[in-house]
Design a binder for this molecule. Structure first.
Ligand SMILES: Cc1cc2nc3c(=O)[nH]c(=O)nc-3n(C[C@H](O)[C@H](O)[C@H](O)COP(=O)(O)OP(=O)(O)OC[C@H]3O[C@@H](n4cnc5c(N)ncnc54)[C@H](O)[C@@H]3O)c2cc1C
Length: 229
């Protein structure tokens, strides 16, 4: 048995190496998508050809989404709690996560590799900073460490894990499994590999693109083409 905090072999590191996402399993292929689309005609094929690639593009461009739902991916995600919060708003995914009611081992915290400044126009957004923010990065790291110390003190004093975890910060790293079909994954790319999304979750969306591109290359070409329009 291995610990869930260990990335699977096929994974991509993000957030300066502090986070990762790995592909655990997948079901179906591009051929599954075109065959699902052809079920209406009572026909199926084993090999993909150029006409099938054309059909794939047509389905994605015209949001004929149901054939894409027959392809499914399961990922293992290691990310900060605040990224988990954004991710779990996507209700079409299925999730399972390590419970901090069960275990207090392997606690880790994210320290941003770079500090961004508050954007003035868009109140939700941030902008790159040219200033030296090493003191602020050190302050975040110190807060992470202090939180862990208080958490351990609470446990030592007999406080239960489910209450003690309340002092752990948003930068705590969590690990969860996430399963999604290809149609809803493309929707996730639209929203989260976007300049409107926070840099951290965008890193994960880009990493997923790298993981699935070898499995659904024509789909990903189409997604990239449409994202540039
Ligand atoms: C840049 C950005 C900023 C955001 N800011 C905020 C914010 O400030 N506050 C906040 O609360 N959220 C915010 N969100 C989260 C956002 O509102 C969505 O909850 C999140 O993006 C998930 O999108 P979704 O519902 O389309 O995805 P999913 O939940 O995966 O759903 C996919 C699609 O399925 C359909 N669907 C799913 N569930 C239902 C349902 N119950 N009823 C009808 N149709 C359904 C919809 O068509 C939906 O688009 C933000 C998201 C982004 C990308």
């Amino acid at each position: 048995m291995r610990h869930i905090n260990v990335p699977p072999d096929n994974h991509v590191k993000v957030l300066g190496g502090q986070g990762w996402i790995g592909l655990i399993d997948h079901l179906g292929s591009e051929s599954t998508v075109v065959n699902a689309a052809r079920v209406s005609f009572g026909k199926m094929k084993d090999e993909m050809d150029d006409r099938d690639v054309g059909l794939l593009n047509y389905l994605i461009e015209n949001r004929h989404t149901s054939p894409l739902e027959h392809v499914v991916f399961t990922f293992s995600v290691h990310c900060p709690l605040f990224v988990r919060g954004q991710w779990h708003r996507h209700r079409t995914w299925s999730y399972n996560e390590i419970s901090r009611r069960y275990t207090e081992v392997d606690l880790e915290f994210y320290t941003p590799p770079e500090i961004r400044e508050q954007a003035e126009v868009n109140r939700q957004a941030s902008v790159e900073s040219a200033a030296d923010h090493s003191a602020e990065i050190a302050k975040i790291k110190r807060h992470n460490e202090d939180s862990l110390e208080i958490y351990n003190e609470l446990l030592d004093a007999g406080v239960c894990r489910e209450q003690a975890r309340g002092v752990l910060p948003q930068n705590m790293m969590v690990t969860f499994w996430a399963t999604v079909d290809l149609s809803n994954l493309i929707h996730f790319f639209d929203l989260r590999d976007s300049e409107h999304a926070q840099w951290e979750i965008r890193e994960y969306a880009k990493a997923i693109k790298k993981l699935v591109a070898p499995l659904v290359p024509n789909v990903m070409d189409c997604v990239e083409r449409l994202s540039k329009k």
